[in-house]
Design a protein around this ligand. Sequence first.
Ligand code: SAH
Length: 404
Amino acid sequence: MKVDGELVLKPGKERSLARRHPWVYATAVARVAGRPAAGATVAVRAADGTWLAWAAYSPASSIRARCWSFIESDPIDADWFAARVGAAVARRTTLFDATNAVRLVFGEADGLPGLIADRYADQLVVQFQAAGVEAQRDVLLDALVSATACANVYERSDSATRQREGLAPSTGVVRGAEPPDLVEVHEYGVRYFVDVRRGHKTGFYIDQRDNRRLAGELAAQLARAHGRTPALLNCFCYTGGFSVAAARGGASPVLSIDSSADALALARRNWALNGLDPAAAEWRAADVFDALRALREEGRRFDLIVLDPPKFAASHHHVERAARAYKDINLSALRLLAPGGRLLTFSCSGAIDVDLFQKIVAGAVIDARVDCQLLARLAAGTDHPLLMTHPEGEYLKGLLLTRI
Ligand code: SAH
């Protein structure tokens, strides 16, 4: 194993590493010994010289190092990376009973900080979001191909996280052949097309798998309870994930809103792919904030509403503005929700924790002058786990409310 230098921490700054938190902030570092390159493996030491962790050096980032291991005898070599990748893939095996769209590696949570690897059918899509995994890209790609027997890997390293690491965007084929224009996947019996080249993230919101299924179940329950098909409003519908899943459960009519015409075009194709009636679907290319007000003026009512907006708070600096935006859409949605109806409302802003999100939505409930019960708190699927020692990894949260 090659160790290219050392980070020596300031006195007292070893505490978070003792708790196995995987990040070393630049402000905690007293000095760098040797001349480690970006992404090189370094030893992290306490001020008194005690060895703390092996980590990847990120000279450009405020997260100056991301830990690979807290075990000094771990050799951070190709075999070690292959074992980490293999273990992450093996932990997901049972998910393939339900779907073939699975996140195989989820960064810090899988002990590979900065690496995202998703599988869509036999196509792999990767993101290298930190200097450490970037430096190991060939080793990691070989390990992914061998752990999955998927020959084709496409890179989508075009996220903002990468810029903060001082890395240029990088996209394209990294192993095997070009992906098809659209990859077809299935999830709990629902079929979806995924655009791995141009889609959001790596092409699809894999993290919402269980919540899409829940939308289908809620539609079926409401249909039974009301003796008629429930009307669905899906805001920020992207490629129609919740629309199709709920329609398969019996929701009709389904109104889907997104500002992106491209997303809506693929949503329509996903609707057709599932054999759903085009007459039961309405697609609106619009700003959700405006559209919700317009729907109120039109006197529309819905039995099931999904709000799954993009990340409104990019960081802690934007929490207040984001809170106003979350409250705004939740208030508008609650005004459109029929008595007995269900609201599925989400936030994927890591800077807004579940308690704050619940407070924001409660504020919307109060202003809407309705009574609502909280039926469930929702999160990302089990292929997006949260490392218990890294609470920053929590981002997607949702609430299921019913209007009584
Ligand atoms: N629910 C989706 C994912 C939603 S992603 C799924 O399960 O697949 C967020 C979507 O919101 C994107 O498609 C983006 O185009 C859209 N969007 C962002 N801001 C918007 C706005 N102000 N009005 C309408 N759509 C918006």
